[in-house]
Design a protein around this ligand. Structure first.
Ligand code: ATP
Ligand code: MG
Length: 415
């Protein structure tokens, strides 16, 4: 058999209930914050990402799945969700509708990375975007939303870290300070950092190279360069989080991997997400639309990696609902009974009961074995006698207690 592509994974029927649980929790939390779902294409024109995500990022420089389509247009499988939503926001004239605009997404995303635990080439994200609000309440709402989502999943050891990376004005002074700091160290830093030095020195703080990390440890901190407005904004965000009981620590080294962020940036980190500590990341990106050549609209959002969330749920042993199993297996002992089982199953399904009948021509014993394997709640046995009586012998598979139940009353077992 042909192998699965490197860095991708199958989600099997036996494990999909875990995905459903996380997706359900995501949707419920989003709705409680009055966000509605948005669905955008899996691929976009390549310029959307080179302009929107930014051409000094690892994503655009190294990780994109880009190809020419048959019409010779360069298209790219989305590496993240924010740029597509920004395009949809502008393209559909949504700025003219009710503001703020609030949308969430559950998507697959694609990045050509070196696969490791919690790092895939096709992965999945739950994300949210809020457009139109520049004030600290919007930052606090997005962070509270992310926090509520993780709490609703029952996660306890995922910790929030926040930082402010300022605005264009204060970052200019900061970049100068960084250049001064890094300039004597450049020869010892990686090729990427050398390129970042001239284009966007702040990116150097996000380098994953161990040697570079040692150099960045003593670098100047953005927090010490914030202008009055940015400082006030950050203070207000922290104050609102304190008031709302959302616990956080300030981590001055968070800069986030994308070019479009300004002011607030945050990450929820866990030791359980493998070497990749960040489960959920986000921030404010007031300059995203401007960077894409559009009228600027303030925005703030987050994205969480589904695979990393599932790793953390497993590591923390967080509560998950039981796999939704079959309510009733209808076992037939002979041909006439099998037909009756088949017809009763159809009736029960109309009432919303999940049921199954034998499709393998198995003996009664083998049917019971199968019903047990799939975790059926009840097994309703129908034989010659039961057919005559118009009732099935129903075994509760948890208590092992059996009772006679009229065919017409079977539905009542399932409330
Ligand atoms: P990292 O620093 O781990 O590469 P990132 O900064 O590139 O993360 P974002 O672009 O902010 O990540 O994406 C948001 C979230 O999506 C991450 O916090 C992570 O949970 C998840 N994620 C990102 N890349 C991958 C990947 N290749 N495989 C699985 N999950 C991913
Ligand atoms: Mg990355």
């Amino acid at each position: 058999m042909i192998n699965i592509p490197k860095g991708t994974k199958d989600v099997l029927p036996s494990e999909v209930y875990l995905w459903h649980h996380v997706e359900r929790t995501a949707r419920k939390t989003a709705e409680s914050f009055a966000f509605r779902e948005i669905r955008t294409p899996v691929f976009e024109y390549t310029e959307l990402f080179s302009r929107g995500v930014g051409d000094t990022t690892d994503i655009v420089n190294k990780e994109m799945y880009t190809f020419l389509d048959k019409g010779n247009r360069s298209v790219t499988l989305r590496p993240e969700g924010t740029a597509g939503v920004a395009r949809a926001f502008v393209g559909n004239g949504l700025a003219g509708g009710a503001m703020p605009f609030k949308a969430y997404y559950l998507i697959s995303a694609f990045r050509y990375e070196r696969p490791q635990a919690g790092r895939l080439r096709e992965f999945h994200q739950f994300g949210a975007e809020l457009y139109g609000a520049a004030g600290a309440y919007a930052d606090a709402e997005i962070i509270s939303f992310a926090d509520a989502f993780l709490k609703n999943l029952g996660l306890k050891a995922v910790k929030l870290q926040i930082n402010s990376i300022g605005c264009k004005t204060c970052r200019a002074a900061y970049n100068e300070a960084l250049k001064e700091y890094f300039s004597p160290r450049l020869s010892e830093m990686c090729e990427d950092c050398n390129a970042r030095f001239s284009k966007n020195p702040m990116r150097m703080l996000d380098c994953k190279n161990e040697n570079c990390k040692a150099h960045t440890a003593g670098a100047p901190r953005m927090l010490d360069y914030l202008c009055g407005d940015c400082k006030a904004h950050f203070g207000e965000v922290k104050n609102l989080l304190d008031r709302a009981g959302v616990a956080y620590t300030v981590n001055p080294s968070i800069v986030r991997g994308l070019d479009y962020y300004s002011r607030t940036v945050f990450e929820f980190v866990s030791d359980a997400a493998g070497a990749q500590g960040t489960v959920l990341g986000g921030g404010r990106y007031d300059s995203l639309l401007e960077q894409m050549g559009e009228k600027s609209v303030p925005a703030v959002g987050f994205a969480a990696g589904m695979e990393r969330l599932l790793m953390v749920i497993a590591a923390e042993n967080a509560p998950v609902p039981k796999d939704e199993c079959v309510d009733c297996y209808l076992a037939g002992m002979d041909s006439a009974a099998r037909t009756q089982a088949f017809l009763l199953a159809a009736e029960l399904r109309k009432k919303g009961v999940s049921c199954e009948v034998d499709l393998m021509d198995r003996s009664l014993k083998a049917q019971f074995k199968y019903a047990d394997k799939i975790g059926a709640r009840y097994v309703a046995v129908i034989g010659e006698k039961e057919l005559e009586e118009g009732a099935a012998e129903v075994k509760d598979m948890q208590s092992s207690v059996s009772q006679r139940v009229k065919f017409c009353d079977l539905g009542k077992l399932f409330g």
